[in-house]
Design a protein around this ligand. Structure first.
Ligand SMILES: [Zn+2]
Length: 432
């Protein structure tokens, strides 16, 4: 009899422990995160609500949107048992919200029986600015004259902060940079290979909430014809260059094929690499007056010469020469055409040993085929400072300098930047 009683009490104790474990097995409230969790949002913004309950799983969620005295339900959801995680997209476009502050309230519970069966709950309030207005663009600069292959500057002001601002046409985008005086400066190119009908620059500004405005500018675009040139590739040139190109075209053995691989594939890779440097630019101009032409240098190949390459009288390739070739004496001192910061000083494929200098606002100069470099990346150089010696490294038949100028990675003709009048009328007067 005594032992039966003992067993009975033992069962009750085990039962109580079991019930206790069941009751206390999940005392942790669900976790909730909102992305974004603050800042500016717009009608078309998507907010991602993530729920997570490692214990018994999520049971319910309710979302309310509060603006002033209005508290509107946005979402109500019940989850099946064992739902440990849930990602929900909140669509604000179903509500009529006004410009200004808005709060989003999230209430969620789990499947636990804790708190006398109510389970654990979390409540969180997220504060945002509801922004329905696109930035207002006020154009400051006048006289936007562009020549095919050349550069130009547009300045404008905005009435709010933006996460994207610049000028676009076709697949081109030129970033604008905020100046100390509070306006934006955008240096653009009229690319040598873009048709007049496709060159329609528009300012684009997108605010933090994603509202975007586009505005056209008044401009005049001048066409320019470029030269056509024949280039004969001799066996002498190939014999001289193949050892240097061998590393660039490891899969080819035929000299003409090696040349073609370097002239096409490596050329394109090098241009892509130069375009990447355009992001490493100063937001304010680093240049100082007109660009300097290399002293005593004769002009050889020009910007945007359309070249047809021949080997033993047969056409083998076509490329466009996107720089200005200048030559004086062998191993001539090469000067920085203007002040700026060195972003590259190393070997780069067809350009051989070369230097790239950033002048700010996306404007960069390239000095190619050099025999010796006297600067390093990170060096600040001044207009006229010697940066190395000319040579014939890379795709060069003889000692000369290939000078390239780029606006946000797009090649432009250097001749405008050498001209103090052009610079004053088209650039510097707009930066005052
Ligand atoms: Zn060249």
């Amino acid at each position: 009899m005594k032992s039966l009683k003992k067993l009975f009490f033992l069962l009750i104790i085990v039962g109580l422990i079991g019930a206790g474990v069941f009751y206390f097995r999940d005392t942790k409230a669900p976790e909730l995160t909102m992305t974004p969790g603050s800042g500016s949002i717009a009608k078309k913004s998507t907010l991602l609500l993530s729920l997570n309950d490692e214990g018994t799983g999520i049971k319910t969620v309710q979302v309310f949107v509060i603006q002033g005295a209005n508290r509107s339900p946005l979402l109500q959801r019940d989850f099946p048992p064992q739902t440990k995680v849930a990602d929900l997209e909140l669509d604000l476009s179903v509500l009529k919200l006004k410009q200004g502050g808005v709060q989003i309230e999230v209430n969620t519970t789990d499947q636990s029986v804790y708190h006398l069966g109510k389970g654990n709950s979390s409540q969180q309030l997220f504060s945002f600015t509801y922004d329905t207005r696109a930035p207002i663009i006020s154009i400051r600069s006048k006289a936007h004259n562009f020549t095919k292959g050349g550069s130009g500057l547009v300045t404008f002001s905005l009435n709010e902060d933006v996460d994207k601002v610049g000028i676009q046409f076709g697949s081109y985008f030129f970033p604008a940079y905020l100046q100390d005086a509070g306006y934006y400066a955008c240096l653009i190119a009229y690319p040598f290979n873009v048709k007049e009908s496709e060159f329609v620059p528009r300012i684009v500004a997108r605010d933090m909430a994603g509202n975007e405005r586009q505005t056209g500018i008044y401009y005049r675009a001048k066409n320019k014809k470029f030269r056509h040139r024949k280039i004969n590739i001799s066996d002498r040139f190939l014999t001289q260059k193949i050892p240097e190109f061998d590393d660039l075209a490891p899969d080819e053995t035929d000299p003409v094929k090696i040349f073609l691989y370097v002239n096409r594939e490596v050329r394109q890779q090098n241009r892509d690499k130069i375009a990447e440097f355009s992001h490493q630019t100063s937001a304010t101009p680093l240049w100082d007056g007109a660009f300097l032409r290399q002293p005593n240098a004769a002009s050889l190949a020009r910007f945007a010469d359309y070249r047809t390459y021949y080997y033993k009288g047969k056409e083998i390739d076509k490329q466009v020469h996107l720089g200005q070739d200048l030559a004086s004496v062998a191993q001539a001192g090469i000067i920085a055409e203007n002040s700026g910061e060195v972003v590259w000083a190393e070997y780069l494929g067809i350009y051989g040993l070369c230097v790239i200098i950033d002048h700010g606002l996306g404007l960069q100069s390239l000095y190619a085929h050099m025999s010796q470099l006297e600067v390093q990346p990170g060096d600040m150089v001044t207009r006229g400072q010697v940066i190395g010696r000319s040579g014939a490294t890379g795709m060069a038949g003889g000692d000369h300098l290939h000078l390239g100028l780029f606006v946000s990675g797009v090649p432009v003709q250097p001749i405008e930047w050498w001209d103090a009048h052009w610079l004053r009328d088209n650039i510097e007067s707009k930066l005052k």
